[in-house]
Design a protein. Structure first.
Length: 68
């Protein structure tokens, strides 16, 4: 639900752009945590729960799932 509200706000601020110009699909690896559990949680993507990845602790996204 929160995503829909945020998307609506972005659309209202950018009425001259289409949804495909505003939204980009990116991949995020989650190891053992199901993605829907992260998306529906109050914390969302929280760097405090990250473990050291290739570039250290952080939240990373990629255009290609092989990099996530």
């Amino acid at each position: 639900m929160r995503f829909r509200n945020e998307l609506y706000i972005v659309q209202q601020k950018n009425k001259d752009k289409s949804i495909t110009e505003l939204v980009r699909i990116l991949w995020h690896g989650t190891r053992n945590t199901p993605p829907d559990q992260i998306a529906l949680s109050e914390q969302g993507l929280n760097v405090n729960y990250s473990s050291a990845g290739a570039y250290g602790n952080g939240i990373y996204f990629a255009d290609n799932a092989n990099y996530s």
